[in-house]
Design a protein around this ligand. Structure first.
Ligand code: NAP
Length: 237
């Protein structure tokens, strides 16, 4: 499968290398490929991670054209503009695995969320690009755990939100390939439920402060019993 990973930060680099290790053809997207190639942390990743060496690097639009499936690992405040730059025509029918969070650092740390409460970044992307099949997932944990869940001992949870059942099934299969057992994948329902997982971020940030590390994750006990209104469809599979 050809993947475009939009975003060259820790998340984009980590997910791109993992996808490459699984045999996929991966291009990572950025604003300015030459400038990014010259950055110390990007060069160190390319040289230091054997799964990174043959990941392609391109502008956001060219990367999006390459990808049969797209991964949004960009700063949340820039995600919609970056996808617009990629070109709506290149997005139609594609799955977008949306890992981004709408963190607003303009008032310092800890960041606030924008949008929040009655909207979410996942919904905003889906509304703006109706042809895109947005699946929000993996945004509630550190990126090393996304692709190597065994870093956290025992059972813990990864959420799925999205409107397209086939897209969610494909993303679920990718999560399994990353190492997530079926029982850990909790389908919350439509893309509106991304409000809930994005609003976990303020809790996650305080947990990081209290614990002093990032190797932790949320675990929903009792998910296998199902939820009110069948909200946890798939948990018993
Ligand atoms: P990040 O610093 O949040 O974002 C880096 C990417 O965003 C880069 O590709 C950068 O472009 C692009 N970008 C930033 N500002 C931009 C602007 N004004 N215009 C256009 N592009 C812009 O990277 P990250 O820490 O890897 O996080 C990526 C996403 O995952 C974020 O939404 C974050 O909230 C979410 N997330 C992070 C973690 C984690 O473990 N860090 C966990 C869960 C979710 P260039 O490549 O051109 O610099």
């Amino acid at each position: 499968m050809r993947y475009a990973v939009l975003g060259t930060g820790m998340v984009g680099r980590t997910v791109a290398a993992r996808l490459n290790s699984l045999g996929h053809e991966v291009v990572i997207g950025t604003r300015d490929p030459d400038a990014t190639a010259g950055r110390d942390e990007f060069a160190a990743w390319r040289e230091g991670d054997r799964d990174a060496a043959d990941v392609g690097l391109a502008g956001f639009a060219e990367a999006a054209r390459h990808g049969q499936t797209l991964v949004n690992a960009t700063a949340g405040k820039a995600s919609v503009a970056i996808l617009a730059e990629a070109g709506a025509a290149h997005l139609d029918g594609r799955i977008l695995i949306d890992i981004a969070n709408p963190l607003d650092f303009s008032h310092g740390f800890p960041p606030t969320l924008d949008p929040v409460n009655d909207d979410s970044l996942g919904e905003r992307i889906q509304r703006t690009f109706p042809g895109l099949r947005v699946v929000k997932t993996l945004n509630t944990m550190n990126c090393r755990i996304m692709v190597e869940p065994a870093r956290v001992p025992g059972e813990h949870t990864v959420f799925l939100s999205g409107e397209d059942p086939e897209a969610k099934a494909e993303v679920r299969a990718l999560l399994h390939a990353f190492g997530w057992p079926e029982a850990s994948v909790l389908d919350l329902g439509g893309i509106e439920t991304a409000r809930g997982t994005e609003m976990l971020l303020p809790v996650w940030l305080r947990l990081m402060g209290a614990l002093g590390h990032t190797d932790f994750n949320f675990h929903v006990q009792g998910a296998r019993r199902g939820g009110a209104g069948g909200l946890v469809a798939g948990a018993d599979a």
